[in-house]
Write a protein that binds this ligand. Structure first.
Ligand code: PY5
Length: 306
């Protein structure tokens, strides 16, 4: 039995719900060999009364853009993917926080790199999920690998093959005793974490690398920029140097899985006081309230499941 089937009963695959044990692929699945897939990571929050999926539509829109960038035709529109997500959560009757993983991948048929004749398969899995990174703060290392530039791959696509760059970077950070990796872009400016965007706070101003610094344009990043501006903070999207990070008073990572995670140490140097700073904590609190449907103003970001 797959370890996943201890966590959930149904998966949505190619248009219908299937029992977890039947959610399998052949070893000659193209995506397994060549990284020919696009995916999303989405969270759903149970607030005691209902389960709310955070920015579901935006995630499915991004998945369709990712698909387009690598030349995939999914055969489903945003509405159908949104409905399928709700269907799979309801079928599993989840009443706790969940992580949702939609994936579209090149199926079986050839070992050639020409994917035009291959079926594109689409699956959506959902399972109970807690913290991804230590919520009290992570120690990060600027690794020796650079984030793949957008002149080598369409890195604004959330494509499976691109993640080998993240996997080896995280392995380097972990090997040296850190919690998470931080990658520079090809020019040497701060890009992002292995699976998170990065923010710093200097002189009371919040800054995050621009889209042109080889980042994945995170949906949490976008949410945090909006929330921070609504709270009256100045937020800059601009190139950030490595030493600005070292001298920042605060730093944090954002992502669906990571949510808002404080960075308390970079390359053995403490950030600020070595514990989460006031701006980070304020944003964490606000974010928590929003995803838990406790803030009317941002209800447009939530899709109720039940
Ligand atoms: N950058 C990278 C490389 C990412 O993989 C992610 C998301 C982000 C930034 C943040 O994007 P968003 O805010 O839209 O989630 N990573 C996935 C996630 O679910 C997978 C992590 C293993 O957070």
């Amino acid at each position: 039995m797959s370890i996943w089937c201890k966590k959930f009963r149904f998966t949505w695959i190619d248009g219908s719900l299937v029992e977890c044990e039947k959610a399998q692929v052949h070893v000659l699945t193209h995506a397994l060999h060549y990284g020919t897939g696009v995916f999303e990571g989405i969270r759903g929050y149970w607030n005691g009364e209902n389960l709310y999926v955070f920015r579901l539509r935006e995630h499915m829109e991004r998945m369709l853009v990712s698909a387009k960038m690598i030349g995939f035709k999914l055969g489903y529109n945003v509405e159908q993917l949104v409905d399928a997500t709700l269907e799979v959560i309801r079928a599993n009757e989840f009443k706790e926080n969940v992580y949702i993983r939609p994936i579209a991948f090149a199926g079986e048929g050839t070992i050639s790199l020409d994917i035009t004749s291959l079926p594109v398969r689409v699956a959506i899995a959902a399972f109970p999920f807690g913290h991804y990174l230590k919520p009290e703060g992570v120690r990060v290392k600027v690794v020796s690998w650079r984030r793949i530039p957008s002149f080598s791959l369409p890195i604004s696509a959330k494509a499976t093959g691109i993640y080998l760059n993240s996997v080896i970077s995280l392995a380097e950070a972990k090997r040296e005793g850190y919690d998470e990796a931080l990658l520079l872009d090809w020019r040497g400016y701060i890009s992002e974490g292995s699976g998170e965007n990065v923010f710093i706070v200097r002189n009371g101003v919040i800054a995050t690398p621009p889209v042109t610094a080889s980042i994945l344009e995170g949906i949490t990043r976008d949410a945090v920029i909006k929330i921070a501006r609504d709270l009256g903070y100045n937020v800059e999207e601009r190139d950030i140097t490595r030493d600005e990070l070292y001298s920042a008073s605060e730093a944090f990572m954002t992502g669906t899985a990571a949510e808002i995670t404080p960075i308390v140490e970079v390359d053995g140097k403490t950030v600020g006081g070595g514990s989460p700073g006031p701006v980070t904590r304020r944003l964490q609190e606000e974010y928590r309230d929003i995803v838990m449907a406790k803030n009317e103003k941002y209800m447009k970001w939530l899709t109720p499941v039940y």
